[in-house]
Ligand binder design. Sequence first.
Ligand SMILES: N[C@@H](CCC(=O)N[C@@H](CS)C(=O)NCC(=O)O)C(=O)O
Length: 214
Amino acid sequence: MLKVWGRTTSVNVQKVMWAVTELGIPHERIDAGGAFGVVDKPEYAALNPNRLVPTIQDGDVTLWESAAIVRYLTRKYGAASLLPKGEPQIAVADQWMTWADTTLYPALISTIFMGLIRTPAAERNQQAIETAIQRVGEKLAILDGLLMNRPYIMGDALTMADISSGALMYRYFTLPIARPGLPNVESWYKRLAGRPAYKTHVMVDYNLLRVAGA
Ligand SMILES: N[C@@H](CCC(=O)N[C@@H](CS)C(=O)NCC(=O)O)C(=O)O
């Protein structure tokens, strides 16, 4: 059975667990990282030398990096669901996944989320946070244009393209930050929030992660 290592409060674990659930893959999730430790054990380092979560084991395959895991699981189990039809469409889905990881994630998670939730107010780089808020709003306006005439990133159905950006949207829409008008991204987020797998695995209260003074 597929094994997933990682705590439910990690956005990268959430991304994988959302995909696993949409794909209907029987699995076992093992708490690891943060207060659970495990990642500091030599057995875990043998699976993932970065000592980060998530990591999966699927038969002989051991994988880390959440986006690589989502791509692997989708190609193996998602032909009838999360995998777009045909290589050109898969490549475009891949493009949006990479965009989420390289354009949205650093500003939204590494700067805004870490700054507001994982850093005491007195130690915050408020200027960097403000710049990142502006940047994420501008970048999401690109996605807003795409979603003007389609319910999901690749068209009528949820695909792996929605997983990478979508997993970040719960934090985007619930953090106390200024957001520009993004009516289509907001409708898409509400559509995702209506999916049981998203509700269970992504809409996880992050206040447990809040450090003293944040
Ligand atoms: N690029 C990696 C990032 C993994 C990562 O930074 N994971 C964080 C949680 S979101 C982690 O393991 N933090 C240490 C811990 O939880 O102990 C991925 O997408 O899987």
